[in-house]
Design a protein around this ligand. Structure first.
Ligand SMILES: [Fe+2]
Length: 263
């Protein structure tokens, strides 16, 4: 359930953002771009340079698409605030990144549970200019479509601990590449600098066995050694690992239970 509704494009295919919505975008991008400078992976920062988001207005989907086309051919697609899992994975499998056309209200500037356009554009589009990340998204969409629907939430843990909340080892220490933390002013800092969360080397089987909650700062992050390694994750026998993860069972959650805690 969400109180947000995506805005529909007008006859010219443009979303008519209000000045208040543009102002929210402007505030978010100005402050986040300062925060990520010393905490995001160099690929993310390079992706920001490639995409050149407007600092003043919520970007139009077609502008983003024009820029993405030159790098990986991916496109962002206007979707409702929440879409069924099958539709989400179908879009990914077709090199289309679902991006809901609504932006958070000022009261939720610092934290929003629903993925709004700031999360989708700022958190994911810069890295969609890199083929390893884009190829991972596409392959993940295909894998999830081929999986039994009952297995998709477990499979999504791989996506969660990479695309949404992945960390990377670098010579300067850990850096963030997950869109979940990089679109959050608090979790960008917390994920990289706090001594509270655990940081473990990424391991696909372990990720498949790790439950998570979407509404709290993550108690555990998995860390890749190289950005390029993301695509290699799916070179493994994922469905075999999924089966093994079910046989071995989940790790003890590092959080209190919450209802509906997964996709
Ligand atoms: Fe996301």
């Amino acid at each position: 359930m969400t109180k947000y509704v995506s805005k529909q494009p007008n006859a010219e295919g443009l979303i008519e953002w209000t000045s208040d919505e543009d102002s929210t975008w402007s505030t978010l991008i100005e402050r986040q771009t300062e925060i990520v400078k010393t905490r995001a992976s160099k690929e993310f920062l390079e992706g920001l340079e490639r995409i050149q988001f407007s600092r003043k207005n919520v970007p139009q989907h077609h502008v983003i698409n024009q820029r993405l086309k030159n790098f990986t051919g991916w496109q962002v697609e206007i979707v409702p605030a929440l879409i069924p899992a099958k539709e989400f994975f179908t879009l990914l499998a077709n090199k289309k990144f679902p991006a809901a056309s609504f932006i958070r209200i000022p009261e939720e500037l610092d934290y929003i549970q629903e993925p709004d356009i700031f999360h989708e554009f700022y958190g994911h589009v810069p890295l969609l200019t890199f083929k390893e990340y884009a190829n991972f998204m596409e392959e993940f969409g295909k894998l999830a479509l081929n999986a039994a629907p009952k297995d998709r939430s477990r499979l999504f843990r791989i996506f969660w601990f990479t695309i949404e909340f992945g960390l990377l080892n670098t010579s300067q220490g850990v850096r963030a590449y997950g869109g979940g933390m990089l679109s959050s002013i608090h979790e960008t800092v917390y994920s990289v600098e706090s001594s509270v969360p655990k940081r473990l080397p990424f391991d696909t089987l372990n990720a498949l066995r790790t439950p998570y909650r979407i509404d709290i700062p993550q108690p555990l992050y998995y860390v890749l050694n190289r950005f390029e390694d993301i695509y290699g994750i799916l070179d493994q026998d994922i469905m075999g690992l999924l089966q093994k993860s079910k046989e071995l069972g989940d790790f003890e959650p590092l959080f209190e239970p919450a209802p509906s805690s997964e996709l």
